[in-house]
Design a protein around this ligand. Structure first.
Ligand code: G2I
Length: 453
C-alpha cells in the first residue's frame, strides 16, 4: 500500500468531497474553511499570500490554474523593471506588465509593483547620464510607472537593494548613489508619494532578514525617514534562503524591530533551496514569523513552480516542476492555519473530477456591486462542487442566487455549494451570483479553490 503522495492526496480530496455532499451546512463550512488554499488560509489570518509571476507563462494552463487557485497576490518577476519598461529614454512599454496586472485584477489579487529604482536590469542609457539628467530621468521613470498603474498597486518597491553586503553598512555603488549621493533614496520616495498617495511605498532588500550590519543600516535609514517625515510605509525582506544563508534565528525579532518603527513589513521574494522535511520546516518558520508580527501584512514566494525558479536547480519553491504540492506546501498551509493534507487544491475527486472558478463583477454602483462566479468542470463530468469566496471586510453579501452559502466564523469566507446545478458535463459551466454591500470597501472578493466530486 505504498501510494504516491499525490494519489493519496487526490483520494483524500475525493473522500472529502463525498463527505461534503452529504454533510450538514455547518459541517460543510468547517471542512471547507479548514481545507483552503494558501491565499484563503492567509486571508483567514488577515494576510495575503502572493507569488512572483512571469507574463510569458500565463498561457500555460497548469501555471495559471495553480496561480488562480492558490495565490491572492502577485509581483511581476521582471516585467516592471526599468529595462523592461523604459529601455529607450521616455519610451514606455507596459504590455507584459499590463498582462499580469489585468490577470491579477480579474481574480481580485493584490499587486506588488517591483521595482522603480534599482542598480540592476538598468538600461545602459541610464548609467551614461550626468547627475542633473539622471535625477530628471529617475523622477520621470517613477512618475510614468506609478501613473500608469495608479490605483492598481498595493505596494511599490520604490528602491531596491541600495545597501552593500557585508559589515560596512554602506550604500551600494550604483549610478544613482554615485552621481546623486545618499539623498536619491529620499527623493525617490518623495516623488513616489506625490504620484500615487494610495500605494504603500516600500524599501526592499536581501540579506537583511536577520539582525546584521546590512539590516542595521536599513533600519537606521528607515528610522531617520520616519523621524523626518520622509514617506515610507513598508520594508520588504526578500528572504532568499539556502544552506549557506539559512533562515536566521532572529528573523521574527528583526521583522518586529522594523515594525516597531511604524512601518509594515512584508516577506517579498521568499524561496528556500532544499527538499523534504528540512525545507518544509524552514518555510513553516518563515510563515510563523510573519504571523507573529502584527504589521507583517503578507508574504510572497518568488515563483510558483521549481521549473521556472531563478534558481531552479535548488528546487526552492512550494510546487515541483509538475505543479505537485511539496512537503513545503503542506507546511506552509498548516502554519497558515489551513490543513496540510486532504484539503485545498482545485482538483477534486479521484475519478478525475475537477473544476475551476472564475469571478466577474457584473454590476457596480455607489455602495454595492453584483458578482458572478462561473464554475466549469474539467475533463470529466462532475456531480458536485464547492468553492469559497472571501470578501474584504466590511463588505456584506445581501443576496445569493443559484447556490447555497455557509460562512466561517469571521463572516468573510463564504463557502458555496450547488442548489439545482450540481451536475455538469465535462467542460460545462454553471454560475452563481450575489449582491454585495460595499460598506466603504470597493475591493473585489477572492475566489478560493473549486472542489469537485
Ligand atoms: O535575483 C533574484 C531576485 C533578487 N531580488 C530582486 C529580484 O528582482 C530578483 O529577481 C530576479 C528574477 O527572478 C530573474 O528572472 O532578477 C533577475 C535579474 O537580476 C532575473 O533574471 C533575469 C535574467 O538575468 C535575464 O537574463 C532574463 O532576460 O531574467 C530575465 C527575464 O527572464
Amino acid at each position: 500500500m505504498d501510494m504516491p503522495k499525490a494519489f493519496s492526496r487526490r483520494a483524500a480530496r475525493a473522500l472529502t468531497s463525498a463527505l461534503l455532499a452529504t454533510a450538514t451546512l455547518t459541517a460543510l463550512s468547517h471542512s471547507a474553511a479548514a481545507a483552503g488554499t494558501l491565499g484563503s488560509a492567509a486571508a483567514g489570518k488577515g494576510r495575503y499570500f502572493g507569488t512572483a509571476v512571469a507574463a510569458s507563462h500565463l498561457g500555460e494552463s497548469a501555471y495559471a490554474g495553480t496561480l488562480d487557485r492558490e495565490f491572492s497576490a502577485v509581483t511581476p518577476e521582471n516585467e516592471m523593471k526599468w529595462d523592461a519598461t523604459e529601455s529607450t529614454r521616455n519610451t514606455f512599454t507596459f504590455a507584459a506588465a499590463d498582462q499580469i496586472v489585468s490577470h491579477a485584477q480579474s481574480k481580485g489579487m493584490k499587486i506588488r509593483g517591483h521595482t522603480l529604482v534599482w542598480h540592476s536590469q538598468l538600461p545602459s542609457w541610464v548609467s551614461g547620464l550626468g547627475a542633473a539628467d539622471l535625477r530628471t530621468a529617475m523622477n520621470n521613470h517613477i512618475t510614468q510607472l506609478m501613473q500608469h498603474y495608479k490605483g492598481k498597486i498595493y505596494a511599490w518597491d520604490v528602491v531596491n537593494e541600495a545597501f552593500q553586503d557585508g559589515s560596512s553598512g554602506a550604500r551600494r555603488s550604483s549610478p544613482f548613489q554615485d552621481k546623486l549621493g545618499d539623498g536619491y533614496i529620499e527623493e525617490a520616495f518623495r516623488t513616489a508619494r506625490s504620484v500615487d498617495p494610495d500605494a504603500k511605498l516600500c524599501y526592499n532588500d536581501y540579506n537583511t532578514d536577520g539582525v546584521n550590519a546590512k539590516s542595521n543600516a536599513v533600519y537606521n535609514m528607515v528610522k531617520d525617514f520616519k523621524s523626518r517625515g520622509v514617506p515610507i510605509d513598508c520594508v520588504g525582506f526578500q528572504s532568499h534562503f539556502n544552506s549557506a544563508s539559512p533562515v536566521p534565528s532572529d528573523y521574527r525579532a528583526n521583522l518586529q524591530r522594523f515594525a516597531d518603527l511604524g512601518v509594515d513589513v512584508q516577506i517579498t521574494e521568499l524561496d528556500i533551496e532544499g527538499s523534504g522535511t528540512a525545507q518544509a520546516n524552514s518555510y513553516a518558520t518563515v510563515v510563523k514569523a510573519c504571523l507573529a508580527v502584527s504589521r507583517c501584512t503578507g508574504m510572497t514566494v518568488w515563483g510558483i513552480t521549481d521549473k521556472y525558479s531563478w534558481r531552479s536547480s535548488g528546487t526552492p519553491l512550494l510546487f515541483d516542476s509538475n505543479y505537485a504540492e511539496k512537503p513545503a506546501y503542506d507546511a506552509v498551509l498548516t502554519a497558515l492555519g489551513g490543513s496540510g493534507s486532504g484539503g485545498g487544491g482545485g482538483n477534486g475527486g479521484g475519478t478525475g473530477a475537477t473544476c475551476t472558478v472564475v469571478f466577474t463583477k457584473t454590476a457596480d454602483w455607489n455602495d454595492g456591486y453584483n458578482g458572478q462566479v462561473t464554475v466549469t468542470a474539467g475533463a470529466a463530468p462532475i456531480t458536485g462542487w464547492t468553492t469559497t469566496v472571501t470578501f474584504p471586510a466590511p463588505q456584506k453579501v445581501s443576496t445569493l442566487w443559484n447556490g447555497s452559502a455557509s460562512w466561517d466564523s469571521s463572516g468573510t469566507v463564504m463557502t458555496v455549494r450547488p442548489t439545482y446545478n450540481a451536475d455538469l458535463a465535462a467542460g460545462a459551466s454553471t454560475s452563481f451570483g450575489f449582491t454585495v454591500q460595499k460598506n466603504g470597501s470597493s475591493s473585489a472578493p477572492t475566489v478560493g479553490t473549486c472542489t469537485a466530486s
